[in-house]
Design a protein around this ligand. Structure first.
Ligand code: TRP
Length: 449
C-alpha cells in the first residue's frame, strides 16, 4: 500500500492558480490556434465550448474530488476506490504513463519556444522576416543538437521546480508567474485590436462555417483539444487535488479553472488570427503556425521585436507551469509508490524523459526521412497517440470509474455538491453522458480511419 501525500498547498488560492497554470499552456496558444485553424475556426469553437462545458467541467470536478478525498496521487487514488481484485484498479497507471509521454514531446516544443524567446530578447529576430521565417525554423530544427539543448533546459527548469516541492516549488512558481502571464496576455490582446486584420480575425474565430459540423473528425479534434487544454485524463488534476486539505470547496475551483482556460485560449486566438490576417498569411498552417507565421507578422509590425519577445515570453511561462504539472504526476507516483525520496524520483524521471523526447527532436534532423504515410513525424505521432487516442480512452475509463465504480454517495460527498440538483446532474453526466459521448466520438472516428 502506498502512503498518502505528505505535502499540501499553503493556500486555496495557490491551488487554484497552480491548476490554472497546469491548464494554461502551449495547448491554449500553439495547439488551439492551429487546430482551430485547420478545423474551420468558428464552428470548431462552438463544438469546443460545448465539449468543455459538458465533458471538461464534470470530469475536472471528478478528478479534483477523487484526489482530495483519497489524498493520494493518481494511480493510488484510483486503486483506493476500485475493489481489490477489480481490473479497474490499474486505470490510474495509464494517467502516469500518458503524462510522461506528453511531457516527453511537450518539452521539445517548449525548447523551441525558449529558443525563439532567446532570438527576440537578444535582438536576433531580423532573420525571421518574410520567407526567411520558414528557412530559419527549418534550419534550426535540422540541427541535430540545438533543439535537444533547448529540450534539456526545459526539463532542467521543470525538475528544479519539482525538487523544491509542492509549496515552495509549484505553488510559489504559479503565484508569481500566473499574474504576469495574465498581464502579458492583456497587453498583447489590446495591441491586436489595433491591427487592420482585427475584423477578419474576429470573423474567422466567431463566424461559424456550419459545413464543418458534418465532419466527425471535428468532434474528435474538439474533444481531444478540450482534454489537452484543461489538462484532463492524465492524473494531473487528481494529483493536484490530493494536496488539498479535505475541507476546501471544489466546484468553484473547477469552474474557475475551466473558465480561465477557455478565456485564455480565446484571447490567444484574438491575438494570433488578427495578426495572421493583417498580413495575408494562412491560418491553417499546422504546428508551425506559432513559429513560422507569427515571426513574419511580428517582422512587419511596428515595435514587432518587442511584441515578439512578449509573445514568446508568455508562451515560455505558460509552457513551464504546465510542464511542471506533467512531471509532478510520475514523480508523485514513483515517490509514493516506491517510497523513493522525491529528489531521486525527480532526477531519474527527468533523465528518462529527456531520453524519450530525443527521437521527437531527431525526427526533424537526422531521422528526417522517417515519416509515416500520412506525413507525420515522430513528434506528431506522439501527439496523435497521446491526444487523439490515449486521452479520450483514459477519459472514457475515468468517467466510468468515477460514475460507476466509485460508490455514488462517496463520490457525491467528495465533490461538495448538494446531493440534489447539482450533484445529481454531475453524477448523471459522468455516468451516462460522458461515456456515451466519448464512446460515440471514438467509434465514429475509428470507423472512418
Ligand atoms: N494543459 C496544458 C496545455 O494546455 C498541457 C497539460 C498540462 C496537459 N497537464 C496536462 C495536457 C494534462 C493533458 C493532460 O498546454
Amino acid at each position: 500500500m502506498t502512503h498518502p501525500a505528505s505535502e499540501h498547498w499553503a493556500s486555496r488560492h495557490g491551488f487554484v492558480l497552480a491548476s490554472l497554470g497546469s491548464a494554461v499552456g502551449l495547448g491554449n496558444v500553439w495547439r488551439f490556434a492551429y487546430v482551430a485553424g485547420e478545423n474551420g475556426g468558428g464552428a470548431f469553437l462552438l463544438v469546443y465550448i460545448v465539449m468543455v462545458v459538458i465533458v471538461g467541467l464534470p470530469l475536472l470536478l471528478g478528478e479534483f474530488a477523487l484526489g482530495r478525498s483519497t489524498q493520494r496521487e493518481c494511480a493510488a487514488a484510483v486503486h483506493a476506490v476500485a475493489a481489490v481484485s477489480s481490473p479497474w484498479r490499474h486505470v490510474g497507471l495509464l494517467g502516469v504513463f500518458v503524462s510522461a509521454l506528453v511531457l516527453a514531446y511537450y518539452a521539445v516544443i517548449a525548447g523551441w519556444v525558449l529558443r525563439y524567446l532567446g532570438l527576440y530578447a537578444s535582438g536576433h529576430a531580423a532573420s525571421l522576416a518574410g520567407p526567411g521565417a520558414r528557412q530559419a525554423f527549418d534550419a534550426y530544427l535540422a540541427d541535430p543538437l540545438l533543439p535537444i539543448v533547448g529540450q534539456a533546459v526545459v526539463l532542467f527548469l521543470t525538475a528544479w521546480v519539482i525538487l523544491r516541492g509542492v509549496k515552495r516549488g509549484i505553488e510559489s512558481l504559479n503565484l508569481v508567474l500566473m499574474p504576469l502571464l495574465g498581464l502579458l496576455l492583456l497587453v498583447l490582446a489590446v495591441h491586436a485590436a489595433t491591427l487592420p486584420g482585427w475584423r477578419a480575425g474576429l470573423r474567422f474565430l466567431f463566424a461559424p462555417d456550419w459545413s464543418v459540423l458534418s465532419h466527425p473528425q471535428v468532434y474528435l479534434a474538439a474533444l481531444g483539444q478540450a482534454f489537452f487544454s484543461i489538462g484532463l485524463a492524465m492524473g494531473v488534476m487528481i494529483t493536484y487535488g490530493s494536496y488539498l486539505a479535505p475541507d476546501q470547496p471544489l466546484p468553484r475551483a473547477a469552474v474557475t479553472v475551466v473558465a480561465g482556460d477557455t478565456l485564455f485560449a480565446l484571447l490567444a486566438g484574438l491575438i494570433i488570427f488578427p495578426a495572421v490576417f493583417s498580413f495575408g498569411l494562412d491560418p491553417a498552417q499546422g504546428p508551425g503556425l506559432a513559429f513560422v507565421v507569427l515571426p513574419q507578422v511580428f517582422a512587419q509590425m511596428q515595435a514587432g521585436a518587442w511584441v515578439g519577445m512578449m509573445f514568446f515570453l508568455l508562451l515560455s511561462i505558460a509552457a513551464l507551469t504546465s510542464a511542471v504539472s506533467l512531471l509532478e504526476v510520475p514523480v508523485a507516483w514513483a515517490s509514493q509508490r516506491f517510497r523513493l525520496p522525491r529528489r531521486t524520483a525527480t532526477l531519474v524521471l527527468a533523465a528518462l524523459l529527456l531520453a524519450a523526447g530525443i527521437p521527437a527532436s531527431l525526427g526533424y534532423s537526422v531521422w528526417g526521412d522517417w515519416v509515416t504515410s500520412g506525413g507525420r513525424r515522430v513528434l506528431d505521432l506522439m501527439d496523435v497517440v497521446a491526444v487523439d487516442m490515449l486521452l479520450p480512452l483514459n477519459g472514457l475509463l475515468l468517467s466510468i470509474l468515477l460514475g460507476w465504480v466509485w460508490p455514488r454517495e462517496q463520490a457525491l460527498a467528495a465533490t461538495g455538491l448538494s446531493p440534489h440538483a447539482g450533484g445529481r446532474l454531475w453524477h448523471a453526466a459522468l455516468r451516462y453522458l460522458l461515456p456515451g459521448l466519448m464512446g460515440t466520438v471514438m467509434l465514429t472516428s475509428l470507423w472512418r480511419l
